[in-house]
Design a protein around this ligand. Structure first.
Ligand SMILES: Cc1ncc(C[n+]2csc(CCOP(=O)(O)OP(=O)(O)O)c2C)c(N)n1
Length: 378
């Protein structure tokens, strides 16, 4: 009989899935090896990051699936509800269901036992796959996921893999490059000049006609006020995921993609910088408007107000083109540059403060539909 992992890869292909996003579980190591070998694999640092990337892939016309461990469902619930379900974006989640069958690790049991209840509570249907013959049960719900913009979970019992012994990783060599002690005197003080709204006003001409994915809360409202266009995707929830969504979009379009992120949000999902660094999408520019506060919720200081340098953090994640600036002239100079091959990180030190602008008069579906059609049209 065909090995389970080969059949799963075939099912993904038959369903038109072009991107497989995963965070490993020991039980699916053979499957992940098989997927990594075929080249459309996006390894992530946290499961909710995967939901963001899958959303971006869907918005740009692609098809993604996510593979996680049952404990990882706990890391993604908010994103499943307030991004995938809220915008009705397709998300098939293949969950290695631990803690329920011949489990040796006690810590797997709490999430493993709670999983079905959590899926039910989050309105996510599921299909249990215990034996190789059960793989037949995947096709129909998977078809509905993409046709109807649904979230559906496929619970992969450890029993499914009994007898599997295909290849695994053999990474023994490692040479690591680092700066052991950065020179102190190279540090410089940058004074914030612009508020977030003023940054957006300076971005206006550069963002015209471009694909823009914008952070939730007041940033999206300000962007709507400064320049509304169908190629703007406004986030209404799922804090932290804007750069992940932008990454997903950038993987599936040839167009330039601009992300407007915030310091509080990026700190919540900083690991996505590592994934951007790994995948190196040349069409992606992250504009991190670092006003040092959670501006949308009352201006409480974030850790970047006092101790965190997000530009250095980005460099630490291996990103090469990182600019930390505060002036409008510097921003424009970078954006005017002919060589725009990214990923580029423009870290803008800004002043706290919000413009008084109204709500965005668009529903999630309207934001989604006009974005998808404008990308499809070119
Ligand atoms: C999971 C989650 N926690 C908290 C919030 C509340 N919240 C919405 S926007 C926001 C602030 C975001 O700050 P930042 O990314 O720095 O953007 P700014 O508004 O300062 O531009 C917070 C805390 C939320 N929506 N979701």
């Amino acid at each position: 009989m065909q090995p389970v992992e080969d059949r799963l890869v075939e099912i993904f292909r038959e369903a038109g899935i072009d991107t497989i996003i995963a965070l490993p579980c020991d039980r699916v190591k053979w499957l992940l090896k098989r997927i990594a070998d075929q080249g459309n694999y996006v390894p992530v640092t946290r499961e909710e990051e995967g939901v963001g990337i899958a959303a971006g892939v869907a918005l740009a016309g692609g098809r993604a699936a996510v593979i996680i461990q049952s404990s990882g469902y706990g890391n993604m619930i908010n994103a499943v509800l307030s991004l995938s379900q809220f915008y009705k974006l397709p998300l098939p989640i293949f969950i290695s269901h631990r803690g329920i069958y011949r489990e040796k690790i006690e810590a797997q049991k709490p999430m493993g036992l709670a999983l079905k209840g959590l899926l039910k509570a989050s309105g996510v249907g599921y299909t249990v796959l215990q034996y190789p013959e059960d793989l037949k049960k995947i096709q129909r719900p998977l078809y509905r996921v993409f046709k109807e913009g649904r979230v559906h979970a496929f619970l992969l019992s450890p029993r499914l893999w009994e007898g599997c012994e295909a290849g695994s990783y053999s990474l023994n060599q490692r040479v690591f490059e680092t700066i052991v002690c950065p020179e102190k005197d190279k540090r410089k003080k940058i004074k914030a000049e612009l508020t977030r709204f003023e940054v957006m006003q300076n971005l206006k001409d550069f963002l015209k006609g471009e694909v823009v994915i914008c952070n939730l809360g007041i940033p999206s409202k300000e962007l709507y006020h400064v320049i509304d266009q169908p190629t703007n995707f406004y986030m209404l929830g799922s804090m932290g995921l804007v750069s992940s969504i932008g990454l997903g979009v950038s993987l599936k379009t040839k167009r330039r993609v601009y992300v407007i992120d915030g310091d509080g949000s990026l700190l919540m999902n900083a690991g996505t910088l590592a994934t951007i660094s790994l995948l190196k999408p040349q069409n992606l520019t992250l504009l991190i408007i670092d006003n040092g506060v959670y501006g949308s919720t009352g201006g409480q200081p974030t850790h970047s107000f006092s101790v965190v340098d997000l530009g250095l953090v980005a460099q630490g994640f291996g990103l090469k083109k990182v600019y930390t600036i505060s002036r409008a002239s510097e921003l424009k100079e970078i954006l005017r540059k002919k060589n725009t091959r990214g990923p580029r990180i423009i870290h803008i030190i800004a002043r706290p403060g919000n413009a008084s602008v109204g709500n965005i008069p668009l529903s999630a579906e309207q934001i989604r539909d006009r974005f998808i059609s404008s990308l499809r049209e070119g």
